[in-house]
Design a protein around this ligand. Sequence first.
Ligand code: F0G
Length: 470
Amino acid sequence: MQRRSWAEPFKIKVVEHLRMTTRAERERAIVEAGYNTFLLRSDDVYIDLLTDSGTSAMSDRQWAGMMLGDEAYAGSANFYHLESAVREFYGYKHVIPTHQGRGAEHILSRSCIKPGDFVPGNMYFTTTRVHQELAGGQFVDVIIDQAHDPGSEFAFKGNVDLDKLARLIERVGARRIPYLALHATVNMAGGQPISMANAREVSALCRRHGIKVFLDATRAVENCYFIKTREPEYADRSLAEILRELCSYTDGCTMSGKKDCLVNIGGFLAVNDDDLADAARNMVVIYEGLHTYGGLAGRDMEAMAIGIHESVQYDHMHARIGQVQYLGEIIEREGVPIVRPIGGHGIFLNALEFLPNMPREQFPAQALAAALYVDSGVRAMERGAVSAGRDPETGKNSFPQLELVRLTIPRRVYTQAHMDVTAESVVALYQQRARIVGLRFTYEPKHLRFFQARFGPVEGDRVLRDQDPP
Ligand code: F0G
């Protein structure tokens, strides 16, 4: 059959130089960073797949929008553009800008959760859960079991398990469940989507019990792409139509605009309830800024408003998810264990299968991410026990079933050749996996420890030996 490729729906207007490093330089840099890729200087990184958060390339239209920043303290024109974009594409009534997603999570958690409450969600996200806990709530995971199984091929591994949710309601009572946090394309599960059918059922069950549903809309448009391509009745619907329907099953959302909305900074909280909106507007003044800027410059809100329009274009999303799939398929072809099916925002290496002999206490995913950096200057991120932290009650390390290294693809930033270089490094490392040394903590911060923790090798002074061990 004749091959017909697709290509990115853009061409490149501005380039940013990348610094190449030697292996000796990277060996030094990773020691200085305490073997934590979050603590590397970006100057020392060649291909930066740490995160897709705030790392997108803005379009020429977004940059032009930056020049239209109305930097009035109150009532900036850009706020109204953002508000109308959110209303048009997400369909919520009230829009409250925040500096980024966790600002919205903070305000939502503090406005809705009372000490002793339970907050169910389809898998935890780090910042989301910490805000729920700081507000006195307890997170309860109600995602389907397949989400915890990296090999399950189920098409919607982000789905909520309705039985788990019903059992929680029965056990603690609906009055102690202020809301359910519904994550679109579940980050910690490997960028796995929820189906529209599941969202509809979750919403119906929650509404019957008077429990609100708030969407984590951070990567909701990516989720809509999976609905369009995997849920047959949506094949002919536009991403914008699918997004409106998805949001219609929820009472509002928290948004990190740094992902789907294609901006380097920004977020918002959107809700339908008038009283909640009042409370949130009152709180945003204390923590973020006046309710018409929420910690953002006018130009940031303009760029986010334009980014929202661009994010629902099919060609954009097809290329975005297509690039992730391209990387995943090469890695997989060489036998490297990854989370299946390939998700929306990155490739997740299964560190437990990659390094089957390394004890969990030596943080295989953390060690693998450090070794990958040393091999090629590709920066990835641990998503396993270090990210999961300690059990708030017992103080013991949590060892989630998923111990992953995330290769996260920024939007519109890297080319296919960068994906090839990345894949080759992952494959080379897999062939030398016996050389990777485990890690132990040398410094452990109290909250969200993965961001700032420092480590050292459990033996010797390097995370990647030159030769296989004897
Ligand atoms: N929700 C999800 C699903 C996220 O992935 C993130 C951030 C947030 C909320 C918080 O948003 O960073 O703007 O405050 N995820 C980034 C990541 C940090 O790398 O996955 P934020």
